[in-house]
Design a protein around this ligand. Structure first.
Ligand code: DX5
Ligand code: ZN
Length: 221
């Protein structure tokens, strides 16, 4: 049985309140800090970079979950200095050297995660399954917070769970990212997800952050 994990999306956090937010996360037992790295080429937006990652490692003990939405990730993984126990997602669509990028993450002792855009078939995983600890199923097109769930991705989560189990990878985690609202999280959990990227749709929605985290946990446990 895989652990149900909550990963707040730091792109949605108020930068002026970072220390208080991180203290609340530590108190609530948040599992991972999701960092959206966007280069303006692979996705039509810029967000978060190496300095931000360094600052978070100084301010918090919660492991980082880097979501690399960048071109040529295999050349840039070292820039982020992934630490043992951290998670690093590489998009299948972002490189012709997908396995090389995943192996570069593994070589640093971090967990390699294969990220898939909504339109990308699961078959891109066929020959890299030994090189990953998880799959990040995008439930919106990457690039922006605040988008609406693409309904077909709910079936994709279920198919991904089946695909992994049939190949002896019941241990492989399924992370979901995009419009993980309280309502959608329940459906994603039922489909087989176990790691929830919580952005403007849940943790950073109106109300208090600890209350929203507790509510999200109740939806998926
Ligand atoms: C989408 C980002 C997400 C986003 C999720 O490109 O990768 O991490 O911040 O937040 P919401 O809940 O706004 O979809
Ligand atoms: Zn993300």
């Amino acid at each position: 049985m895989l652990t149900q994990r909550v990963a707040p999306s730091m792109m949605c956090a108020d930068p002026a309140k970072l220390p208080e937010t991180l203290a609340a996360f530590e108190e609530c037992g948040v599992d991972l800090l999701h960092i959206d790295v966007m280069d303006g080429v692979f996705v039509p937006n810029y967000a978060l970079g190496t300095d931000f990652c360094r600052a978070l490692r100084r301010l918090s003990r919660i492991p980082l979950d880097l979501h690399l939405m960048i071109g040529r990730p295999e050349d840039k993984i070292g820039w982020f200095d992934p630490q043992p126990g951290e998670w690093v997602s590489v998009h299948a669509e972002s490189t012709v050297h997908f396995e090389r990028a995943l192996a570069a993450v593994r070589a640093r002792g971090a967990h390699p995660i294969a990220a898939l855009n909504p339109a990308t078939p699961l078959s891109v995983l066929d020959y890299v399954l030994d090189s990953v600890d998880g799959v990040l199923v995008m439930t919106v097109n990457p690039g922006y917070a605040g988008q609406k769930l693409i309904p077909a991705t709910l079936h994709k989560i279920a198919e991904c769970r089946r695909y992994l189990d049939e190949r002896g990878r019941a241990d492989c985690e399924i992370e979901v990212d995009g419009n993980v609202s309280f309502e959608n999280a329940e459906k994603m959990r039922a489909a087989g997800a176990n790691v929830y990227v919580a952005g403007s749709s849940s943790v950073f929605r109106d109300g208090d952050i600890p209350g929203n985290i507790r509510k999200l946990r109740r939806c998926v446990e």
